[in-house]
Design a protein. Structure first.
Length: 158
């Protein structure tokens, strides 16, 4: 059941430790994933292909509101968690409420940290920590023309 992929910070950390003890490379990424679209799917598939397991840090509703404004998220955190965990290329979903995923990254200790190519190495939160632990930080080219904000604007104009 996909709901089994949704973890607390502690159980996610324990799961990652187990996977790493089996020699698996853990990839971590994060985001709001409010209205899921092709850009998200392409990005997450590519992120997962960089390692053996993909851990997704998902912004809570309050966190999304702080980042995107009072009208967001469109889809609540439970529904977003279930949707993201339904993808076969997502192995673990963990909610976080802090302004950045740094604390979660430090708890998870991924082998590979991934963000979209709209970030540079210098602007990726947690990059220093992952590199200091011997891990890698990578960016993935984003599919042009897809964003939740642009989808919402398109819907508003209908």
């Amino acid at each position: 059941m996909t709901e089994n992929k949704i973890h607390t910070r502690q159980t996610a950390s324990e799961q990652v430790e187990q996977w790493q003890s089996e020699g698996k490379k853990i990839v971590f990424t994060n985001g709001c994933f409010d209205i899921v679209h092709l850009g998200h799917i392409d990005y997450l598939e590519k992120a997962r292909n960089l390692g053996d397991k993909l851990v997704l840090g998902l912004n809570t509703d309050d966190s999304v509101k702080r980042l995107k404004g009072e009208s967001r998220p469109v889809v609540n955190e439970y529904a977003r968690s279930r949707m993201m965990s339904a993808f076969e290329f997502v192995d673990c979903v963990v909610l976080f409420d802090e302004p950045t995923p740094l604390e979660l990254i430090e708890k998870i200790k991924p082998n590979i940290l991934v963000k979209g190519d709209d970030y540079s190495l210098e602007t990726i939160v947690g990059a220093d920590f992952v590199i200091a632990k011997g891990g890698e930080v990578k960016t993935i080219p984003l599919v042009k023309g897809y964003s939740t904000t642009s989808l919402i604007e398109k819907i508003k104009q209908l």
